[in-house]
Design a protein around this ligand. Structure first.
Ligand SMILES: [Zn+2]
Length: 542
């Protein structure tokens, strides 16, 4: 069974929306006087991508336009082909309806004059990981396509020799043809969009191994530096996690993966956990997220590592709200000590949670494999529960106490009632009312000690006259014994003991009362019948 992280689905949602917009946008062909941007992209077997964008103004004369180009992290070359460029500058590139400034791309605005023929310019740049490949799977994600809405966009993508199959593409290509040993795809993308293609390759995989203490990783050789970076993160994280969970791991394995379909793009990482033995497999990290904001992959990696520690503690994956809530909370909390940026993760989860207006109860029945249309809401609600409690009761130290309580449980943590009970013990406060306000349905296990003490006192009061005294005492003892290891079992014994100590005496008392009443009535009747004069008394008497 797998625990799947839907990390940063909102970002994927943005990408997906763009892609779908593109898919439905009708290409405006045949209007040759319109300005045109032609994207020519090709990548090699390492995923290294060259991008050539050719602008044609459509009409002779002067004018201006703009195109999105990568920020200063890579070199962009602009070359005038026809006419003259009179000015050129980089300004912030704003995307979407709200005009958010793109973190990685600039708006390259230029003016030109070309009196005799349409103006033309070529812009070139490279992307080290335009395509990401973990043989045999590959994934191409184009640079940001960004030009004025009045322009027409055409794009071609040339894949390397050895690409065996094309699996999925968005938008739908207008043409796919084989040029010798290479495949070329043509698209009519939207003016603000990306092109995404999944494919498989036939060439063999070259693998590198990385070992850092108990951390081992196996990666395609071209990503050895990324693998080493993540192994170093885990090496640094392990002492902090050991201390937090009061548990150690024997081994942590790490792999990279490529989404097999565009739908899987939203999966930041996953780690298989056996639901009965709690054994964990390798941690798989989606290579795609190395192209996101700094800190994204680190946050995903720590999220997955948290799942492994939780499994080690015996927290069942059926309690997804506990697993996912803590995985995101701890991944965010570890950002500061481990030196990675978690601002966007926290902000995205907070924004989604705020829509729920404090109603988080639906996560109580969140199970692996369940289908929901709003998965990110479930992640955000679970995160918010642990973040709120953390803010109220001491942050990570609250959870450190919680984990110490969980390690005493005989069969691990398998129920929400016990989770809330153990959280209450760790917080030193009854959290049932708070969880109830959030919409959880929780059986209060927090006053078990008080109930036990009360029943013990009642047994003492009755002394030896208590019927079923031995049975009552044995259930009280069983309750005491299972109080820490299985509080719900303890509750069961307390309920039975209460039946012997409170209900049975009451029933017996009631029956006795009825007998006493009946006896009293009988006595009264008898007395009355004695007083009644008998008609033949004198005869009997004589
Ligand atoms: Zn997860």
């Amino acid at each position: 069974m797998m625990v799947t992280v839907k990390k940063r689905t909102d970002l994927f949602a943005i990408a997906a929306v763009c892609l779908f917009l593109v898919a439905t946008a009708a290409p405006a062909l045949g209007q040759e006087s319109r300005p045109t941007y032609i994207y020519d992209m090709s990548f090699d077997r390492s995923g290294f991508t060259t991008v050539e964008v050719t602008y044609n103004s459509g009409l002779a004369g002067s004018g201006s336009s703009w195109v999105a180009v990568p920020g200063n992290f890579t070199e962009t070359v602009a070359e005038t082909l026809k006419g003259a460029t009179t000015s050129m500058k980089r300004v912030p590139y704003r995307v979407g309806q709200d005009g958010t400034v793109h973190p990685f791309y600039d708006n390259l605005t230029f003016s030109y004059v070309s009196p005799d023929e349409p103006f033309s310019m070529r812009i070139t740049y490279n992307m080290t990981q335009g395509a990401m490949i973990v043989e045999p799977n590959g994934f191409f994600y184009s640079p940001q396509i960004g030009v004025p809405t009045s322009a027409r966009v055409e794009a071609t993508l040339t894949l390397p020799d050895g690409v065996e199959t094309l699996d999925e593409a968005a938008p739908t290509p207008t043409q796919v043809e084989r040029l010798g040993s290479r495949v070329e795809m043509s698209f009519s993308p939207d003016t603000e969009s990306r092109i995404a293609v999944t494919f498989t390759v036939s060439w063999p995989k070259q693998t590198s191994y990385v070992q850092e203490g108990i951390v081992e990783g196996e990666f395609p050789t071209r990503y050895t530096d990324l693998g080493a970076r993540m192994a170093a993160l885990y090496k640094q994280a392990i002492p902090l996690m050991d201390n937090l969970f009061n548990k150690t791991m024997d081994r942590i394995s790490m792999r990279f993966f490529i989404p097999l379909s565009l739908q899987q793009l939203g999966i930041g990482g996953y780690t298989p956990i056996d639901p009965s033995t709690f054994e964990t497999g390798a941690i798989y990290l989606n290579l795609f997220y190395f192209r996101f904001l700094s800190g994204t992959t680190e946050t995903i990696a720590m999220h997955e590592l948290t799942h492994q520690y939780l499994a080690r503690l015996g927290v069942t994956t059926d309690l997804l709200w506990v697993h996912e809530g803590l995985a995101n909370y701890i991944a965010v909390q570890m950002g500061n000590p481990l030196g990675y940026d978690v601002t966007s993760t926290d902000a995205d989860l907070e924004a989604a949670a705020s829509e729920l207006k404090g109603n988080y109860g639906m996560i109580q029945s969140w199970r692996p494999g369940g289908t929901t249309t709003s998965l990110f809401e479930y992640y955000s609600a679970s995160y918010k529960v642990f973040k709120t409690l953390g803010e109220q009761y001491g942050g990570l130290s609250l959870y450190s106490s919680f984990f110490r309580g969980l390690s005493k449980l005989k069969d691990g943590l398998r129920s929400t009632n016990v989770a809330v009970y153990q959280l209450s013990v760790a917080a030193g406060a009854d959290l049932v009312p708070e969880f109830t306000r959030w919409g959880f349905e929780v059986v209060d296990l927090s006053n078990l000690n008080a109930q036990l003490a009360k029943l013990r006192a009642e047994v003492a009061w009755y002394g030896p006259v208590l019927p079923f005294r031995d049975q009552a005492l044995s259930h009280l003892e069983l309750a005491e014994r299972s109080l820490d290891s299985s509080p719900e079992v303890a509750l069961g014994h307390i309920t039975i003991a209460a039946f012997y100590i409170e209900t049975i005496p009451m029933i017996i008392g009631g029956i006795l009362l009825v007998f006493i009443l009946l006896a009293a009535i009988a006595a009264v009747i008898r007395r009355r019948s004695r007083r009644k004069p008998t008609p033949f008394g004198s005869q009997i008497g004589s």
